[in-house]
Design a protein around this ligand. Structure first.
Ligand code: ADP
Length: 151
């Protein structure tokens, strides 16, 4: 018997969770695709955040639902506006890496008030997008933790 309370054990486990255990597949679009095509991709892939890349999956930006809604207000031709015009761009993107602690990634979501982070792998060219960490990923971790308690 370790003498630790249930909540201490829970906290200990939670602090060990890594991003790669809960990350999902990234859905990406190239920087020159149209806003119209990005909206179609968001619906078809059923995600709330798209990552924008150039050559070899290098991260250049992020597109949220509201970014696409904002661009759709008015009478612009959405097929002729490339997403790089409206995206949130590097270096203002919050990121995480696969071996980061899930809690640190969760902290970034809260601080920046955003729904998701790209999981990246740095190389000589820049940051390669390898995954997606969302509020849903964090929820999964919490539910798993709670269910474990009853085993
Ligand atoms: P929504 O705007 O659909 O509610 P978010 O809250 O995730 O979705 O996005 C809010 C704003 O923050 C958007 O302009 C979006 O481009 C930007 N954003 C989303 N994710 C990130 C990120 N990881 N780093 C920086 N900015 C982001």
């Amino acid at each position: 018997f370790t003498g630790k309370t249930g909540s201490e054990l829970l906290t200990e486990k939670l602090k060990k969770f890594k991003v790669h255990e809960y990350q999902g597949l990234p859905i990406v679009v190239e920087e020159d695709v149209s806003v119209y095509d990005a909206i179609c991709t968001m619906f078809l892939e059923d995600v709330g955040t798209l990552f924008v890349t150039k050559e070899q999956s290098l991260l250049v930006g992020v597109l949220s639902r509201k970014d696409l809604l904002r661009a759709s207000i008015g009478n612009q031709d959405l097929t002729s506006i490339p997403v790089h015009i409206i995206m949130t761009r590097m270096p203002n993107i919050s990121i995480c890496e696969k071996d980061d602690l899930l809690l640190d990634a969760a902290q970034k979501l809260i601080e920046k008030q955003i729904d998701g982070l790209p999981v990246v792998k740095p190389n000589d060219q820049g940051l390669e997008v390898v995954g997606r960490l969302t509020k849903t990923s964090i929820t999964k971790a919490l539910v798993e933790l709670a269910r474990d308690q009853h085993l």
